[in-house]
Design a protein around this ligand. Sequence first.
Ligand SMILES: Nc1nc2c(c(=O)[nH]1)N[C@H]1C(S)=C(S)[C@@H](COP(=O)(O)O)O[C@H]1N2
Ligand SMILES: [Mo]
Length: 411
Amino acid sequence: MGNRQKLNASRRTFLKYGGLTAMTVAMDLTLPLLHPLQSGLITSANAEPLDEIIIPGKNGLIILNNRPLNAETPPHLLDEAITPNDRHFVRNNGLIPQTDSTEWTLTIDGEVHTPLVLTLEQLKRFKQYTYSLQIECGGNGRAGYHPPAKGNQWTYGAIGCATYTGVRMKDVLRSAGLKGSAVYTGYYGSDLHLSGDPNKVPISRGTPISKAMDEHTLIAWEMNGRPLPALHGYPLRVVTPGWPGSTSIKWLKRITVRDKEHDGPKMRGYSYRVPRNPVPPGAHVPKENMKIIESMPVKSLITFPKSRLNWKHKKSLLVRGHAWAGDRSIKAVHVSIDFGVNWVQASLSPPVNAFAWQNWNTTIDFPMKGYYEVWARATDSIGEMQPMVVPGWNPKGYLNNAMHRISVTVL
Ligand SMILES: Nc1nc2c(c(=O)[nH]1)N[C@H]1C(S)=C(S)[C@@H](COP(=O)(O)O)O[C@H]1N2
Ligand SMILES: [Mo]
């Protein structure tokens, strides 16, 4: 190791997957990992500040937690129309597993006439589809709530829209033959519980059958034309676009069709649930008053320019970003540079397919020198808009779709 590398190594901590060094993994994140019990992302020094940790295969993400690994993308790094693999946020509830695609099977059981155990090769014989699909963590924006909610303090970047290739969940469920009693799915991945106990499941969520049967709900093995990266579920994941990211189970091993609402870990209590009726900030909400989050609400980001821009007076500024609305589409995006007094309508592209985010842009001419905030506000297909302030407080801090804003100083 040269002197320079030594210096870098002492300043930065490379995350290790199992026993592999980060350098090896960085070359190909789809490499099979080592023993599952070691497969947490182990840093050589756990006390290392999170901002000095490097995630192999990621570029510029902000680490919120290292065990389990959770990292979000700063808005300006989400500028591309389709989110590249190295910019997609990462959300884990447990430890990233060792996965071996050659031995991989997917089991479909429960309320089906013919339970199936499919190899990857058999799965790939179903008709294949490629869609660009947005996945947003239900807790994106949690950092905005007061009193604060426990959990990863996501700000804006627990959202991505990548292109996935896979088969339709509905085709696979149909081939197993859904019984009349089928009402909900339960998805199981192969990640390990944080405790290391192999009998514990970190997360197992699902959706009503109707969402599973949507044409855009996929069982995917490719992300942006590459095998799914290890961090994103290699070799197989569910993509349930528009719903909380937690319903897009990674490292998918088993689909259990249920005759009632699924009751796997993180389905009950306060997980991915919000109060049925609005509550004041900080309220205690009895569990029975909580309901499962389904479609995510309308939201947008300003991805260019980066906030805190210094700009020259009399020069037009192009501003752009994305907007999305769970199961719905976006009807309009408006921009204000005077704290919401006046709004101009941005130009907006249609989605490349349903459940893809939509790109918008507009040109701003600042009337005079000074400090500005650029606010963006999306309106969805039924007319619902993003709120300016943080919306309804809830115990776990989900569904904050307040407008994004950036600052520009015109000199
Ligand atoms: N097996 C498994 N699947 C999982 C999770 C997990 O911890 N384990 N986290 C979920 C959550 S909460 C989110 S928001 C998405 C994030 O997907 P990403 O890491 O590919 O961005 O994965 C979901 N799928
Ligand atoms: Mo999530």
